[in-house]
Ligand binder design. Structure first.
Ligand SMILES: CC[C@@H]1C=C[C@H]2CCN(C(=O)[C@@H]3CC[C@H]4C=C[C@]5(CCCN5C(=O)[C@H](Cc5ccccc5Cl)NC(C)=O)C(=O)N43)[C@@H]2C(=O)N1CC(=O)O
Length: 112
């Protein structure tokens, strides 16, 4: 298995709709909690954030970390970042998940 999950937490995944200037829950159906993981690809030491709805396994984030990416902890339990396509937000279910996920992502970014 070339990719390893470094961390596995729970959060509500949102994206920012520039049109209406509002955060909108990601994915189809009811807003719900997702399983959010940071994977590392062992061979080339790249990382990606993958989030899947717990209810139906729908993939709502599949986003590579990139050099220079800024991971912003807007509040203790709402973290966000952007790529060329969109702005992602994670509304964590608890503070511990927020802290450990944020630290793990930041470590990966610091190493890139
Ligand atoms: C789920 C509801 C949600 C919960 C929590 C709060 C926390 C703050 N907050 C926001 O949306 C803040 C307030 C101002 C607004 C203005 C613009 C936004 C929106 C789009 C991105 N953004 C940036 O400020 C980005 C961030 C960034 C910096 C650095 C690197 C990457 C990034 Cl992405 N700045 C750049 C320069 O990109 C933004 O986050 N904004 C959330 C919020 O009010 N609510 C409640 C609601 O919306 O009802």
């Amino acid at each position: 298995m070339s990719e390893i999950s470094l961390i596995d937490v729970r959060a509500q995944v949102m994206t920012y709709d520039e049109g209406i200037k509002k955060w909108t829950p990601s994915g189809s159906g009811e807003p719900s909690i997702s399983k959010v993981q940071l994977f590392v690809h062992q061979q080339n030491n790249t990382h990606r954030i993958v989030a899947r709805k717990i209810a139906d396994k729908e993939v709502v984030i599949n986003c590579a970390l990139f050099k220079g990416m800024r991971y912003n902890r807007a509040t203790d339990t709402f973290h966000q970042w952007r790529d060329t396509r969109q702005v992602y937000g994670l509304n964590f279910a608890n503070l511990n998940d927020a802290i450990s996920f944020g630290d793990t992502v930041q470590e990966a970014l610091d190493g890139s």
